[in-house]
Design a protein around this ligand. Sequence first.
Ligand code: GLC
Ligand code: GLC
Length: 617
Amino acid sequence: MRSDAESDEANWLDFNRRLDAHFPTLYRLFESLYGDRNDWQEQLTQLVLLAARSWVARPPELKEVDDDQEHDIAWYLSNKALGGVCYVDRYAENLEGLRSRIPYFKELGLTYLHLMPLFLAPEPNSDGGYAVSSYREVHPGLGTMVQLRELAAELRSAGIKLVVDFIFNHTSNEHLWARKAAEGDSRFSGYYWIFPDRTMPDAFESHAREIFPDDHPGSFVQLDDGRWVWATFHSFQWDLNYSNPEVFRAMAEEMLFLANQGISVLRMDAVAFIWKQVGTSCENLPQAHLLLQAFNAVCRLAAPSLLFKSEAIVHPDQVAEYIDPGECQLSYNPLQMALIWEAMATRDVSLLSQALERRHNLPEGTSWINYVRSHDDIGWTFADEDAAELGINGFEHRRFLNSFYVNRFPGSFAHGVPFQDNPRTGDCRISGTTASLLGLETEPEAAVQRILLAHSIILSTGGVPLIYLGDEVAQGNDYGYAAEPGHEADSRWVHRPHYPADSYAKRRDPSTPQGAVYSGLTELISIRAATPEFEGTCLVDFRTGNRHVLGYQRPGEGTAVLVLANFGDSPQAVAPAVLSGFNRTAANLLTHEQENMDAGIELAPRSFVWLRVAYAN
Ligand code: GLC
Ligand code: GLC
């Protein structure tokens, strides 16, 4: 046993080492963000003191995790990494209930659990928890901070990393800072973007996009005293003003508080919007990256194993810009998500294939979070330039996809609901659960195949697959939201159902769609975990010569896994000539049989194969 004095000494030595390594970066970032403000050095000094205090207070068991991670290969590159996401209240009532689901999470093989926002937020105006009024308190209906800490520890011993949101672009209008600002306190007014009249709001709005037009037009809402405050999302979510270094310091404090509760990954909410500058779109500005890098540097000082996942649902070029070991090590993959849906609707894999070919590979030490759908709407965030190369008009194509998924297109199998339908701009996004969007209600057999097909892509392209819990038992839409206070005007609640107990009860009966999805999916999960080629994110393109069949390769040592996936509604073939670069026999990882490829490969409608191939010499 080390004495207290010794371990105190070790703590400080360790902090010193971190300071030596990372302070120059933090200093440089802070200076370029805030160098023209006369309080920047004072705020920076406070920030370092805060990091030191937070490090000293960091529980020893988390410091062990920090140590392990410094020496381990990144856990998120493992082919065994698997994520799940759920709302605590909807999925399990409260944190206690969630604890009792840990055995199920282990059954499924989760190594990563994202709990939707669970901090104090006023009801019913909480945007599902995304309007936080205190980052230090758990929503009383869900439990306490002590329970959250205990849950994190219990998950850790079950091999599951806890992921929560860092909702740092905005706070609730009921956060103490916002209440002070609304009262006219000048210090706290400076925490937000508040203007006395319409001059600046008009100037900003002439370049910024509307995000929640159903709630309010433009980006600003008026306060009782006549002033205007920036609210990108709902009128009760006020954007923080990061041009004020005190805001950075204050939010860094909240971040480190969360880190010390045992959180492994912070989902960095709405990263695109965190920096504003008049005359620009106020999205994805260079300073947004500097801010994230500065937050990241603070973590390296005081919570070294904490990682960031970027939530940037924007143009794919810009999504990529957030992904860097020194910025966000992880990122949602909204392009792959959207194009899985696109290929399902068109039965044509051209866009998806092009995206995998040119936009999938990532810098070393970073990874995708691949998902079929999330708690949010599906937006068609492919690049118009990419589509144009394939002769596709982006605007028209989005119109088609929207009408397909809300079942206004003849022959559509989808049962979706429009989200933020904006007739003025023609913009619209889609709500619905995976099963309902893929036709479970009307064509169950085909829907089961489509659900497995969609998940087979996120399980095999490379990155951490993230399952929206309940989708693994084919949960359907929940139209009850229309009667729920605070939810009625937000169609995203249609795909945030309560724990589907009936569906879970059927999961062991493969004659039901629920059981068929569950057994199919768990089989894929275990095959993936046993397939070393699926480690990491590296993907090599493979053209199948058939526009219904997606192909790609995952290289391993001396072998590769060739994935072929038929998005068509009829049987499709991949010709022998296309496969001529490989040895004649391949191991079919799904059937555990040898496949002879002399006659090419035949794929049933909506089916896929994972083939271990060797290159012919
Ligand atoms: C993110 C969340 C979304 C929320 C918004 C505002 O995009 O995913 O649910 O409405 O941020 O916080
Ligand atoms: C995100 C996206 C937007 C999405 C919203 C929440 O930040 O940019 O498309 O609808 O948040 O749903």
